[in-house]
Design a protein around this ligand. Structure first.
Ligand code: GDP
Ligand code: MG
Length: 437
């Protein structure tokens, strides 16, 4: 899937100490391939990677923790921008506010009309009215009535009337009389873009001048979604896009392409068949989803703010020489604490959240450790080997802990030293064996 592919792309960068023009180009080629595979239009993907490339080469990358992570961040930021930057709401300033749904048959208009009615109704200040303007199939009118019943919203329909313009106008009058401050008009779509459908939706649009015209599109239709969006936008100049069927592992590429081609904000997404499966569209969350890396990007950002590269280099040397002592350990603890609460940090690492769910990680847990280390002499800190029984007793007393706790810390510290050496030697497999016990 897309995130595996991007992983591969960034893998290329991991072996390098710095970003060079060559390895940036190499990894961005992979990014581009991954985007195209996710249904992003080729030209858009290409423009996108070119922009990221310029940014990457323009940055002072040597100061960053890891070039690969900087690239992840750049790609994510750029992707977020491409999808609109900020979340955008819908215009509810009218009384009533009229919202017109458009889109192909099967895109999810009727379902989304119900979801939106439900979403607004839950805001308490809104009293929506659903309007059935898919007049050619009795089943369609019925479907809207079922949806309306599910969410407890009134549905306006006219039996036997096949003029959607007249029905819309009557519905708006009905809304005014009955205190509905939002009118959601569900319309007919066809299986493909054709003149009859376009004329009809355009006629409704021109007659009622909605406050908000929404184009509903099935995100699973890939490249077709873009062409359809363009056709509707050319005629309707709609205000926003609704991306449906983004549940499961649907690829999000359509979001990127549509936004770039019609330059209209994506406002909501549909994530299931149920009436509560609706979400406001947040570009940065969508970028996360597309990149499939949870909140790892913000972890990177925080690390970049707090971590001193020079410190890290010194530390690595010490570990290699077996000279990593308690002072260094204390330093590390402080670095970690500066980055934020342990739980937060661990929660941001993909997979770790689940693993650590049952483990109680408490920021206070560090306090005892710090007290013990503070009670050590400088000699003891740099050479923990010399800590014998009488020193342990003194340290325990000074830190208000027990000899047992001091012992535990010394043991943990020893294990940590071993692990760090292994990681340095690239002994990932050895470490896994050790952890398995
Ligand atoms: P319309 O022809 O545009 O009115 O489309 P419908 O609202 O009737 O939806 C067509 C089909 O897609 C129905 O079976 C819906 O249950 C389904 N559907 C709509 N939105 C979503 C969604 O967000 N996720 C999933 N999984 N199915 C959806
Ligand atoms: Mg429908």
């Amino acid at each position: 899937n897309l995130s595996d592919k991007l992983d591969n792309a960034f893998h290329v960068l991991k072996g390098h100490g710095q970003i060079t023009e060559i390895n940036v180009a190499e990894s961005l080629k992979e990014v581009r391939r991954a985007l195209v595979d996710a249904d992003v239009n080729y030209k858009i993907a290409k423009d996108f990677t070119n922009t990221v490339k310029e940014r990457a080469l323009g940055q002072d990358v040597l100061k960053t923790l890891k070039p690969g992570q900087l690239m992840v961040k750049l790609v994510k930021d750029e992707l977020t921008q491409l999808m609109g930057g900020e979340a955008e709401g819908i215009n509810l300033s009218g009384n009533p506010s009229v919202i017109l749904m458009s889109g192909l048959q099967g895109s999810g208009k009727t379902t989304f009309s119900g979801k939106l009615a439900n979403f607004l109704k839950n805001k308490k200040t809104k009293k929506p009215l659903l309007v059935a303007c898919d007049v050619y199939r009795p089943a369609a009118i019925n479907q809207l009535h079922v949806v309306g019943e599910q969410v407890g919203v009134e549905v306006y329909s006219e039996e036997g009337n096949q003029d959607p313009v007249a029905i819309s106008k009557n519905a708006i009058a009905h809304a005014k009389e009955n205190g509905h401050n939002v009118v959601i008009i569900d319309t007919a779509g066809r299986l493909a873009v054709d003149e009859a459908m376009m004329t009809e939706i355009k006629n409704i649009h021109d007659a009622i001048e909605p406050h908000e015209t929404l184009f509903v599109v099935d995100s699973m239709t890939g490249q077709d979604a873009v062409n359809t969006a363009k056709a509707f936008n050319d005629r309707l100049n709609f205000d926003g896009v609704i991306l449906t069927k983004l549940d499961g592992d649907t690829r999000g590429g359509a979001a990127i392409s549509i936004k770039s081609v019609v330059n209209k904000p994506i406002k909501f997404i549909g994530t299931g068949e149920k009436m509560d499966a609706i979400d406001i569209f947040y570009p940065s969350r969508m970028a996360d989803r597309i990149l499939g890396m949870g909140d790892v990007v913000s972890l990177v950002e925080r690390a970049q703010e707090q971590y001193d590269e020079e410190e890290a280099r010194k530390l690595q040397k010490k570990i290699a020489k077996n000279a990593f002592g308690f002072d260094d350990f204390l330093n590390q603890l402080q670095q970690i604490k500066k980055m934020g609460s342990m739980k937060d940090l661990l929660g941001m690492i993909p997979g770790a959240g689940k693993m650590l769910k049952d483990v109680d990680i408490d920021d206070d847990a560090f306090k005892g450790i710090e007290a013990i280390i503070h009670s050590m002499t400088p000699g003891e800190r740099s050479e923990p080997k010399i800590i014998n029984a009488s020193r342990k007793k003194r340290i325990a007393k000074g830190s208000g802990t027990s000899v047992q706790e001091v012992n535990q810390l010394l043991k943990q510290f020893n294990q940590m030293g071993k692990m760090m050496k292994m990681m340095q030697g690239g002994g990932g497999r050895k470490m896994m064996q050790m952890m398995k016990g």
